[in-house]
Design a protein around this ligand. Structure first.
Ligand code: IMP
Length: 204
């Protein structure tokens, strides 16, 4: 397959790094910051991951001639009725930070008295939307089940990774290697669906 340019519709350097690690053999991976014509931060006004990923992919692909791929993702905690969900990036308030988000998450779970692992079940979800010239070409999703610790562990990854232990493991995504995270993660699963789709739908 000829390597075409793919613009990741994000300014999140962690997401770019993880996605490029999987897609770089197939695509010339760039991100919004590499395209001066992508001027504004796209507001995530949707109430689902799909709606927000679609907003980002369509707006970015209007501005550039390359393909645009948007990732909208987040953490759903069963005991919190699916929160923080689409608010994952700003759960701890604005200006947002992973530390504030993790602190709020731990506070909410403590408030509920959710101390046992069975009360701290959660999953990461990722929705990817591929668009070109303002049209959605395909969407892909992925999930990763796990449990939240009572305190952060590890410095790898980003966001809620230091609190999240994927099912079947004893370490958090903050402690596991990037390679292991990519094989297990919501984003890794969605990206592999994208690669399978590409085999049947090579870019024109
Ligand atoms: P988005 O940019 O609106 O998609 O926000 C995604 C937010 O969800 C991030 O800022 C993190 O808080 C969280 N998140 C998504 N994926 C991951 C991950 O792989 N690890 C840890 N946190 C994640």
């Amino acid at each position: 397959m000829e390597r075409k340019t793919l613009c990741l519709a994000t300014r999140n350097a962690h997401k770019v790094h993880e996605i490029a690690a999987i897609l770089a053999p197939y695509w010339d991976v760039k991100c919004s910051a590499d395209f001066p014509e992508v001027v504004e931060e796209i507001e995530e006004t949707g109430d689902t991951f799909l709606a927000n990923a679609t907003l980002k992919a369509v707006a970015t692909s209007h501005a550039i001639s390359a393909y645009a791929l948007a990732d909208d993702s987040g953490l759903e905690v069963d005991a919190l009725d699916g929160a923080p969900g689409v608010f994952s990036a700003r759960y701890g308030g604005i200006p947002s930070s992973a530390e504030k988000n993790n602190a709020r998450l731990l506070e909410e779970l403590a408030r509920l008295g959710a101390l046992a692992p069975g009360q701290r079940r959660a999953r990461f979800r990722c929705v990817l939307v591929l668009a070109k010239a303002g049209e959605v070409l395909a969407t892909f999703d992925g999930a990763c089940e796990g449990t939240l610790l009572l305190a952060p562990q590890g410095a790898n990854g980003f966001g809620y990774d230091p609190l999240f232990v994927p099912a079947g493991f004893k370490k958090t995504f903050g402690q596991l290697s990037e390679k292991t995270k990519n094989t297990l993660s919501h984003r890794g699963h969605a990206l592999r669906k994208f690669l399978a789709w590409l085999k049947l739908n090579p870019p024109q």
